[in-house]
Design a protein around this ligand. Structure first.
Ligand code: ZN
Length: 156
């Protein structure tokens, strides 16, 4: 296992467009393992590859049931409804924001087994997917936030 350094706002790598993964090699699978380790080490619920300086379309997401999964070349193909979410980001430590997100999303992605799946998510899981997939286009939640503020000392 390897913990990678999480890039912080101001690092150009967070603002770049990521490239699709062409082939699931051992190094891609190793990268996914490192991303999971780094996510848990940092107490995050999701992590995108550019956050550790890798411009590939890969995200890892905490499934909210004690496990996690990775999505390769994920695309949001359908959204439904709207919800207000309170978000933070490992790349923007000490801040939080309120973002309007879809209530439900349908995502197409390749799983580490090499197969393509269509998955549906709602509620908080839909928020995490939108947040992480935005990272792959160089978008940070603060760009979309209706409120963006430093976390007050008493809430930490
Ligand atoms: Zn983030």
């Amino acid at each position: 296992m390897a913990i990678r350094i999480v890039r912080k706002e101001g690092d150009d790598v967070l603002r770049k467009q990521c490239k699709p993964v062409k082939e699931i090699t051992n190094s891609v699978l190793q990268l996914i393992e490192d991303m999971k380790d780094t996510m848990y080490q940092s107490d995050g619920v999701g992590l995108a590859a550019p956050q550790i300086g890798i411009l590939k379309q890969i995200v890892v997401i905490d499934d909210r049931e004690g496990g996690e999964f990775a999505l390769i070349n994920p695309k949001i193909v359908k959204t439904e409804g709207e919800q207000e979410s309170c978000e933070g980001c490992l790349s923007l430590p000490g801040f939080r924001g309120t973002v309007m997100r879809p209530e439900k999303v349908t995502v197409e992605a390749i799983f580490p087994d090499g197969n393509e799946y269509t998955i549906e998510a709602e509620g908080f899981l839909a928020v995490i997917m939108c947040h992480e997939i935005d990272h792959l286009s160089g978008i940070l939640y603060k760009d979309k936030a209706v409120v963006y503020e430093r976390i007050p000392e008493e809430d930490k």
